[in-house]
Design a protein around this ligand. Structure first.
Ligand SMILES: NC(=O)c1ccc[n+]([C@@H]2O[C@H](COP(=O)([O-])OP(=O)(O)OC[C@H]3O[C@@H](n4cnc5c(N)ncnc54)[C@H](OP(=O)(O)O)[C@@H]3O)[C@@H](O)[C@H]2O)c1
Length: 336
């Protein structure tokens, strides 16, 4: 049976994404499962993989982007137990999920409750686990504390606001004017970063206990200044650098490490979903399971602005790089 996938033969703009047809389905080896993909997120991180600027990424071309997916088990290889054909599962793939079928190690799959929709479920994998682990595993925020979220109208930003609401946090979110309504609806105070100096605002508001920043460079420094004594900065991305707006990842890492050891009464700790998953694989499963629990209990509802077809991956990337997506964008792949 043939199937479609989106590949890139060279790193570059959205136009390098091509839809191709593979003649036969891949066969799962021992310990593996073939997944029929239902939904895959299209995220800013995928655009970095596509451009060849994703820090530390060493895979060779051709490859498919696609950092996460939800699908159903289609076939299992020898020695796989505990997985049933037809069962819905999720995984953080890092690359490769822009496809109708893919092979995954059976032990990396996380069961998805049958009552959850594939689009809601896939929203949990990269964006919500990132938000959840930064809040609970890194910053360890406590009920009622205050936080500053940059990129508050994006995929991770909206996840941080939704999860912060569960903890009754006082939240400030920077975003352009186009995302004001969404940020406020979700429950944060909107700060238009183009018009207002967020450091001055934070100083006026008494500063925050934690700041979550994926913008990079000068923004990290300014977020650090916005912290109360005992506060923590969690840098987790390099948005400006990926957008070609200058800056230097190595210098950012060194600066953050330095701020963390200087006697300034505040902390700074980088977060990477991939690094933490390597160190604590059980936490990833546990935290994703907790998020599925919040979904089934109706306590969270991911802000999904757009659903597009797998074949529209190039247009999806264009929208993401224009910051034209409010919340998140999901690629719909197979029907159940
Ligand atoms: N470390 C990890 O494990 C991890 C995991 C997931 C994502 N990330 C990183 O986190 C970042 C965000 O990912 P995402 O999926 O949430 O991307 P996204 O959905 O594209 O959201 C980013 C948002 O930032 C806003 N923005 C741009 N410049 C800004 C500025 N100077 N100040 C405040 N907001 C600004 C953009 O919209 P407006 O300008 O219209 O407000 C956009 O909504 C990316 O760099 C990604 O690689 C890291």
């Amino acid at each position: 049976m043939s199937y479609k996938k989106v590949i890139l033969n060279e790193f570059g703009g959205p136009e390098v994404l091509q839809v191709v047809k593979e003649a036969t389905l891949p066969e799962p080896g021992a310990g593996e499962a073939r997944i029929k993909i239902l939904a895959a997120s299209a995220t800013f991180t995928d655009t970095m993989v596509r451009k060849g600027v994703y820090y530390g990424f060493k895979e060779t071309l051709p490859l498919s982007p696609g950092y996460d997916m939800v699908g159903v088990v289609d076939k299992v290889g020898a020695g796989v137990s505990g997985l049933k054909v037809g069962q819905m599962v999720a995984d953080l793939t890092v690359w490769g999920a822009y496809t109708e079928y893919m092979i995954r190690p059976a032990d990396s799959l996380v069961p998805v409750p049958a009552e959850v929709s594939p689009t809601d479920a896939v929203s949990m994998v990269l964006s919500y686990v990132t938000a959840y682990q930064m809040l609970h595993r890194v910053a360890k925020v406590e009920r009622g504390q205050s936080i500053l979220i940059h990129g508050a109208g994006g995929a991770v930003g909206t996840a941080l606001i939704e999860l912060g609401r569960q903890l009754d946090l006082k939240m400030y979110g920077t975003a352009s004017a186009s995302k004001r309504e969404l940020v406020e609806e979700l429950g944060a105070v909107h700060i238009d970063y183009a018009k207002e100096d967020f450091v001055a605002r934070m100083q006026a508001e008494g500063k925050v206990d934690a700041a979550f920043d994926a913008i990079s460079g000068e923004n990290f420094k300014r977020s650090f200044k916005s912290l109360k004594k005992g506060g923590i900065l969690v840098p987790y991305g390099f948005y400006d650098q990926a957008m070609g707006r200058g800056g230097n990842v190595a210098i950012d890492y060194m600066s953050v490490a330095l701020w963390n050891i200087l006697p300034n009464g505040r902390k700074a700790s980088f977060y990477s979903i991939g690094d933490l998953r390597k160190k604590q694989p059980e936490w990833f499963k546990e935290d994703l399971g907790a998020l599925f629990g919040l979904l089934t209990a109706g306590k969270i509802k991911p802000a999904i602005e757009r659903r597009m077809k797998l074949e529209e991956a190039a247009q999806a990337h264009e929208l993401i790089e224009q910051a034209a997506v409010k919340g998140r964008l999901v690629l719909m792949v197979n029907k159940k």
